[in-house]
Design a protein around this ligand. Structure first.
Ligand SMILES: [Zn+2]
Length: 182
């Protein structure tokens, strides 16, 4: 009975437009390896030009799963077609390489870029599932996961600065790296 009431409430909220309201999600590390680290945050390589996103690597290529980072079930839309590689430097998909987008309300989205594709690479709704392999497709200089939280295409930093994620933070999949808005 409780479940039915909640379902009805959700339907009413969706019908009145509240279904597009934004919420704070939780993002965990995309690689289930204790060696995974954050290597870029607001600046590339922690001291270069503006980046406004997280780059995460465990020092391998095409060996470990690139997993969904949102810790509840969400829809990951897949944009593929780039040949797998481990050095990057291509303009495939505008430099994003093979990538996923989770779409939220009010222009917000969360993206995970540069993966090498495998049998798991397709649009799907799942919770922290394998989406492909840690790779370097697109404009990338080595295998890593690039994660960003954008509103109307502008990369925001509060989602990771608010939880203290910085260069060198352990990015194992059991660790919270941020609270993206979706
Ligand atoms: Zn990046």
């Amino acid at each position: 009975m409780k479940t039915m009431k909640l379902t009805l409430a959700a339907a009413v909220l969706a019908a009145t437009g509240w279904g597009t309201s934004v919420t704070a999600a939780t993002a965990v590390g995309p690689i289930c390896d204790a060696a995974a680290r954050v290597g870029s945050t607001t600046y590339y390589s922690c001291s270069g030009s503006s980046h406004n996103a997280l780059d995460i690597s465990n020092g391998t290529c095409s060996e470990w799963n690139h997993r969904g980072m949102i810790n509840v079930s969400r829809h990951y839309a897949y944009y593929g077609g780039c040949a797998n590689n481990c050095s990057g430097g291509t303009s495939c998909n505008g430099g994003a390489g093979n990538y996923y987008v989770v779409t939220g309300g009010s222009g917000w989205d969360f993206r995970q870029l540069h993966l090498n594709s495998n049998g798991s690479s397709r649009s799907q709704t799942c919770d922290r599932c394998a989406l492909g392999l840690v790779g370097s497709t697109g404009n990338s200089t080595g295998a890593h996961v690039h994660a960003d939280n954008r509103q109307y295409g502008t990369r925001k930093t509060a989602w990771y600065t608010s939880v203290g994620t910085t260069c060198g933070t352990n990015a194992n999949c059991s660790n919270r790296l941020g609270t993206p808005t979706l």
